[in-house]
Design a protein. Sequence first.
Lengths: 141, 306
Amino acid sequence: MINVSKLKKGIVIDHISPGQGCKIFQALGLDQLRDDAVVLMCNVDSTKMGKKDLIKIETDLDLNLDVLGLMGPGITVNYIEEGQRVKKIHLQLPQKVQGILQCKNPRCISTVEKVGPITFTLVDPEKREYACEYCESRTTL
Amino acid sequence: MLKGRNLIAPNDFTVEELLEVLELAGDVFRNPQNYLDVCKGKLLASLFYEPSTRTKNSFDSAMLRLGGQVIGFSDPQTTSTTKGESLADSAKVVSQYADVIAVRHPKEGAAYLMSKYADCPVINAGDGGHQHPTQTLTDLLTIQQRLGRLNDLVIGVCGDLLFGRTIHSLVSCMSRFENIRFLFISPEELKMPEYIKDDLTRKGVPFTEMRDLAQAIPQVDVLYMSRVQQERFVDVDEYLRLRDCYILDRAKLEAAKENMIVMHPLPRVNEIAVDVDADPRAAYFDQVKFGMYVRMALIMKLLGLR
């Protein structure tokens, strides 16, 4: 068992499905951090999930919670100060997202015109499907 | 209040708003002389980025019959698009001199994009395989005028239910009225998409899928025909086997109710035999006429003139 010491100040992204940690690490741009310590732990034992991935960040970043909610609706985000958890957020699928998804419909106007960031609206939570604001075609992450 | 609004998809309007447009369209149909100058001094820009003579003529006729005038094009090669102007800029520019825009474009979502930038109401006259709301309004007016109601109907839709944009919009829109039941008549390859059936199930609107047109005919109040295209089939033999099943002729119509109607968005190829045209239940040429009246009503409503 590898031990990573408790955070004094920072963020713990917990309950990530095993195998998703690396993708989330990249999606949040954590691989771009230069000064702050970040730890990605994979396949950690979990009483709730069996195995899970986990990310610890030793700084108070402004995380894009829409990205996290989209990638793993069961994820929790814990904010730590002076070694204590001061806030816990249970993530859900966001109702609207912008700048994360892309329309995959080749007939959509967004494929030929500059339309700026497209807003996608959640239309089927079970299938995690979102509809493009232009052509209404459904897409997933 | 419809003044200043856009119409991009049929469901942009509430049922009450749809009925408001249909009521005005019905009055235009009965008393066209009362509307000759309503749009005097107003300008419609009909921007057709792909050819559609029928829809363009319908919009243009609607504005001209209201005493307004029309600018626009039916060939994008003659416009600034060829110089690289964006659709957003075109919308902004045209809306500086037009009072209302009707746009047809091959790409899905194009009308919505223009509506975000135009300074006047935008009407979607068809955006690829996506939406064609004025066709839906046309269909609603036809049903209402011919049958006297939009509730308590058994509606059969027949043919290409997979790719039929007109049919998808009609089903989605009619499912908002009371006591509607649908019969979906198509070959296996061209069945109604799952997301439309899921939507009906969520709303509690009953529907039955069937292969045989003849079986459906005695039940329907409205029979909406569409073309079964050979190119949709992987197996040509299968197409040849099924083709005739989806052709309506006078003999098949014998079993239909006396007061039902047959509709078709036109143009037809061979899916309705010419011998049906003389039958009083044939409503597809009325649809063309009602299309113009409903566009007249829509233009007046969006401009706040009625």
